[in-house]
Design a protein around this ligand. Structure first.
Ligand SMILES: Nc1ncnc2c1ncn2[C@@H]1O[C@H](COP(=O)(O)OP(=O)(O)OP(=O)(O)O)[C@@H](O)[C@H]1O
Length: 749
């Protein structure tokens, strides 16, 4: 409301806006009061004053029956506006229904509607109005329907265009993966975001409708006697134009002034809204990540089974000269609790791979795969409802830009709650309570108050936390994070990465404790950490491992953090909790209970972390998939990454990361050339044109991935000339947060 008030103020502060608003108020007042004040005078016949010019008694003269022209023009305001506004309402409602129908109807029906709209838009509006007027018959009702329906195609097209813009936004993708149905998606997420431009255009449309009505009445197929609107008065006045020109001029001026008032007001509102929109933070057009959504834990997948199996995944789009395939046969597996990174230059197909896996590629995009199993369910063969149910409860998505991950028109708490209402069948109140709990778990301060706030009231880092909280509304078995830190500053980046790691551990704990029937913290009466006698570990006087300054266990060959229950510790020896801000399972005191209660107890949620920054991946993941031009060219453990990498592209990526000992005077290593566009990839290795080791074979034949031995675990590389020995490891780099030594940082889960 405050927002609407501010905009109204901004509109009336402009001279044109103020003038048009004042005119509209006058018109409204006339429509309300003129028939009461001058109704009798307007219909009083005076045979002694037929067709008179302006006199003191009749300021604008009289008509052919001696009726006062001024009174009739003023009284006609009500009917003229009423008819124009009714026609506009019919046009806007019909147009919005037609424009949104393709989003909710089956594909064939949606196409049919779109084709009809496209054909109708091609006809001039007035021609359509005349066509419909003939169908509905002469008279005010027929004219209202005719003009309303003639306006509908333009509104339908506008709605389609606006809705298409919103459909590509991250919060819609997040809602879709959360299993929100098409109708609800439309009503809750799309329509509220296109309402404003629709209202602005409706205002302008009202001015047009007024003119169209005057036209139809003037032609004699609109309002019929004894009723009269401005168009009818204009037609009657023209018959006596040589005797009393004011009888024609007055209704003509009324039509023009009222039409201008609507149009100028609409244009001013559009200007104010447009200026604000362009001043608002830019929203990337890409569908990149950042929302989170979850669904229930699959009961079918047995412990130890991979969470995700992808074989020969291809994503294609129609192109100008045939289909292009930006993802060309990607195969990988994500084991239960495993953390896998995906790196590659911009355009290598990382995001499309994630979207393909999440069933978020929309037509005309086509996804195919020899195998695409999530928790044992073949996603490509599953029905929409099955896939929605599974992905909505067991998959969490965290996208890149926290700004576009949330629907700007809905409160954060309600957006989180929607997941539980949809999938766990919780009531609105219970779902909201759960949302507040989850916000608390990711350490959003004053969670109850924050849950009532809108996304723009959150900072970037806080929004990203809230997206992670949305992921926790279900029981995620896989978290897909697509460049979750790119839009954040370095400090917040670290917090978010650590929070993701903690979320995985917490989920493991939650499932484990849930299986044991112990309440989840904050629910079912379980005390929350630090509350109701549930002391935090640090508060209870027990020193935490990170505080004790013990060496990293994974380096010493002991169990790695998160694996065999070994406590996690900060690389820098500082307490992790204070940095990450989120409660750690081991510190939580009161364990969480999984509502699903099933799943792989004690196994962390798996993580698929997409990043263009290989050091971020090396810090957070156990394994890395290196993508180039839509293929995985190397799949290797992050431990010993610098020395183990065999593909020239992986090695070039690593060489481009500066370290502490990098000569600051020497230019940074770069990879010459640019990756091929999806339509430009030839028969051979896509990297050949940029590779120093490429030969004829590389240019002619694309190498298939094959196993290589690096002594660190499974390692596959797709290269005819894998490089044997890597450069010497370098010490950790300066604290950019991303430019650290990848070998030292390697391995996370
Ligand atoms: N809807 C689409 N239609 C056609 N081509 C597309 C579409 N979406 C993406 N592409 C193309 O597919 C390729 C891979 O895109 P993708 O977004 O997966 O790259 P990425 O590796 O995630 O890059 P970035 O890090 O810049 O996001 C790009 O060349 C992109 O232009």
């Amino acid at each position: 409301m405050r927002n609407a008030g501010t905009k109204t103020l901004a509109v009336v502060r402009t001279p044109v806006g103020a003038a048009s608003a004042a005119l509209l108020v006058v018109l409204l007042a006339l429509a309300l009061f003129a028939p009461l004040l001058w109704g009798d005078r307007a219909s009083a016949v005076d045979v002694d004053a037929l067709q008179q010019g302006p006199t003191a008694a009749h300021l604008l003269g009289t008509d052919s029956l001696g009726r006062d022209v001024l009174a009739r023009v003023l009284v006609a305001t009500r009917l003229s506006l009423l008819l124009a506004l009714t026609a506009t309402a019919i046009g806007v409602v019909t147009g919005t229904l037609l424009g949104t129908a393709p989003s909710v109807l089956p594909r064939w029906a949606g196409r049919l509607v779109t084709s009809v709209v496209n054909i109708a838009v091609a006809f001039p509006g007035l021609l359509l109005a005349l066509f419909f007027a003939m169908i509905f018959g002469v008279g005010a009702k027929g004219a209202v329907l005719a003009i309303g329906l003639a306006m509908a195609p333009a509104f339908a097209r506008l709605t389609q265009t606006l809705a298409a813009g919103i459909a590509g936004r991250d919060f819609v993708a997040a809602a879709r993966v959360a299993g929100v149905g098409r109708f609800r998606l439309l009503v809750r997420h799309v329509l509220p975001n296109i309402g404003e431009p629709l209202v602005v255009n409706a205002t302008i449309g009202a001015g047009m409708a007024l003119l169209a009505f005057a036209g139809l009445s003037f032609l004699g197929i609109g309002v019929q006697a004894p009723e009269y609107d401005w168009g009818r008065l204009l037609g009657e006045g023209l018959n006596q134009i040589y005797v009393n020109p004011t009888a024609a001029l007055a209704p003509g001026v009324a039509v023009v002034v009222a039409g201008l008032a609507f149009n100028l007001f609409g244009e001013t509102v559009a200007g104010v809204v447009g200026a604000r929109a362009s001043a608002a933070p830019k929203v990337p057009a890409s569908r990149k990540a950042k929302g989170a959504a979850t669904v229930a834990v699959s009961r079918e997948s047995a412990a130890g089974d991979p969470v995700l199996v992808v074989e020969d995944l291809r994503v294609s789009f129609p192109g100008a000269s045939g289909p292009v395939t930006p993802v060309r046969g990607v195969s990988f597996t994500v084991g239960a609790g495993e953390s896998v990174g995906v790196v590659g230059e911009s355009g290598s197909g990382k995001s499309l791979t994630a979207l393909g896996v999440s069933r978020l590629i929309e037509a005309p995009g086509v996804v195919s795969a020899a195998r695409l199993d999530f928790l044992g369910t073949p996603l490509l063969r599953a029905s929409d409802a099955e896939a929605r149910g599974l992905l909505g409860t067991s998959l969490a998505l965290v996208f890149q830009d926290p700004m576009t991950s949330f629907n700007p028109t809905r409160r954060i708490g309600r957006q989180l709650a929607e997941v539980s209402e949809q999938h766990q069948g919780l009531s609105r109140g219970k779902a909201l309570t759960r949302a507040v709990e989850r916000l608390r778990e990711v350490r959003v301060p004053a969670a109850e108050r924050r849950a009532r706030q809108y996304p723009h009231e959150f900072s970037g880092g806080m929004r990203q936390r809230a997206m992670i909280a949305m992921g926790l509304m279900g029981e995620p078995r896989l978290v897909i994070a697509d460049e979750p830190t790119t839009a954040l500053d370095v400090t917040v980046q670290r917090q978010v990465l650590r929070l993701l790691a903690q979320v995985r551990e917490n989920e493991a704990g939650a499932r484990q404790e849930g299986a044991a029937g112990v309440p989840r913290q904050g629910e079912a009466g379980a005390p929350r950490q630090g509350e109701a006698g549930a002391p935090r570990q640090s508060e209870a006087g027990a020193p935490r491992q990170s505080e004790a300054g013990a060496p990293r266990q994974d380096e010493a060959g002991a169990p790695r953090q998160g694996e065999a229950g070994a406590p996690r510790q900060s690389e820098a020896g500082a307490p992790r909790q204070s940095e990450a801000g989120a409660p750690r399972q081991s510190e939580a005191g009161a364990p969480r209970q999984s509502e699903a209660g099933a799943g792989q107890q004690g196994v962390p949620a798996a993580l698929l972390l997409i990043s263009h920054d290989i050091t971020v991946v090396a810090q957070s993941c156990r394994r890395v998939l290196v993508m180039y031009a839509g293929r995985i060219v190397e799949d290797l453990p992050t431990a010993g990454l610098r020395t183990a990498a065999r593909h020239p592209y992986t090695r070039a990526l690593l060489a481009a990361v500066p370290a502490l000992d990098t000569d600051r005077d020497a230019p940074l290593a770069v990879i010459p050339g640019r990756p091929p566009e999806p339509g430009e990839v030839g028969a051979g290795c896509a990297f050949a044109a940029r590779c120093a080791f490429a030969d004829e074979r590389c240019r002619a034949e694309d190498p298939a991935p094959s196993d290589v031995s690096s002594g660190q675990g499974a390692h596959r590389v797709a290269c005819w000339h894998p490089q044997g020995v890597g450069p010497e490891p370098r010490p950790p780099g300066p604290g950019s947060g991303s430019h650290v030594d990848v070998e030292a940082a390697g391995g996370g889960a």
